[in-house]
Design a protein around this ligand. Structure first.
Ligand code: KG4
Ligand code: ZN
Length: 323
């Protein structure tokens, strides 16, 4: 079975082909340069960029892969309404022209199923942890296609905090990889208090406020790396404590990490430590499959079709779709 995947939920445009569960080809285009000057994603601009980019990307895929496809998988949520509807409209056009089925994919599920591109399904019950610019969620993954959200942030997502503080530091959007690079040059850290919240729910706005307060005390640029390290340690330790709590309560066998922030080595190491301590398996995609991409959408669509799920052309986007 050959599935074409399309991703346009935010500011990355991607198209990929998966054949019988293996990635065949993938193209993507990021709008980072365009949004940089605004300090964040401007929804209207993002939609226009997707509109310009989708057809050239599709033509590139067609040059590399000429076999007939069996289905189109497209991200229908969560994400920006304008961006989602452009991808969906493009996917419907392909489905109509090629006379193939269409399947609407949840972007968060796709971040988890990205693990299938290079690895395998986790052992169940697994804990899926999605850490991105818009989401910080813990999902109990108890079987094939069976998910239950058990903890999420009530305010800012971790990536959002990093991007907002990065902006104060003069780092251009998105700030994650530069924040990580900065912190590599130091072992000294400016301490920032961690999250104090009971249960599985999370809130990162307090850490953001505390970090901004610490940042304003800094007078020398030489202290930026120590600040960047302190911020990441605070955010990621807070998340890994929550993960540890769930792991113990639900007798989790394996952890799957996904989302753009999962590219961060400090986070990967912290979650890895929880896994070693509790003797759990740990699956995390290569950084290129942590960031938004269409390969994860294609593999998620493939998995859904195997589960008997598909949609028709009345498919609509769902900008606040939960996993
Ligand atoms: O999953 P993603 O590509 O898009 C969303 O669905 O939001 O995640 C983007 C987020 C941004 O906040 C970006 O700053 C962050 O991922 N990010 C990182 C790193 N690379 C990307 N955060 C920390 N460390 C990184 N290396
Ligand atoms: Zn994402």
């Amino acid at each position: 079975m050959i599935v074409l995947g399309i991703e346009t939920s935010c500011d990355d445009t991607g198209i990929a082909v998966v054949k019988d569960g293996s990635l065949i080809c993938e193209v993507r285009s990021t709008q980072e340069e365009v949004h940089k000057k605004f300090g964040g994603v401007v929804p209207e601009v993002a939609s226009r960029e997707h509109f310009k980019t989708l057809l050239p990307l599709y033509n590139m895929i067609k040059e590399r892969f000429s076999e007939h496809i069996d289905a189109v998988a497209v991200t229908v949520g969560p994400g920006l309404p304008g961006s989602l509807s452009l991808g969906l409209c493009f996917a419907k056009t392909i489905a109509l022209c090629e006379r193939v089925k269409i399947v609407g994919v949840n972007h968060l599920e796709a971040h988890l199923l990205a693990c299938l591109l290079e690895y395998r399904y986790p052992k169940f019950p697994a804990l899926g942890v999605i850490v991105s610019g818009g989401h910080t969620e813990m999902v109990l993954w108890s079987g094939w296609g069976v998910y239950k959200r058990i903890g999420w942030t009530v305010d800012d997502a971790i990536g959002e905090v990093i991007d907002k503080i990065g902006r104060e530091m003069g780092i251009s959007y998105p700030a994650g990889s530069e924040m990580e690079r900065l912190s590599r040059s130091t072992t000294y850290e400016i301490k920032i208090p961690k999250l104090k919240m009971e249960g599985y729910m999370m809130s990162f706005s307090g850490i953001k406020t505390a970090a901004l307060r610490e940042f304003r005390k800094i007078t020398l640029k030489e202290d930026y790396p120590a600040f960047a390290l302190g911020l990441q340690n605070s955010l990621f330790s807070s998340l890994s404590s929550k993960i540890e709590r769930v792991v113990q309560d639900y007798k989790i066998k394996e952890i799957v990490l996904g989302g753009g922030v999962a590219a961060n080595k400090i986070l990967r190491d912290k979650v890895g430590e929880v896994c070693s301590k509790h003797n759990l398996g740990f699956i995390v995609p290569s950084p290129k499959f942590c960031a938004d991409n269409a390969a994860m959408v294609a593999i998620c669509g493939y998995d859904m079709i195997l589960r008997g799920i598909s949609d028709d052309l009345s498919l609509d986007y769902r900008s606040d779709w939960k996993i």
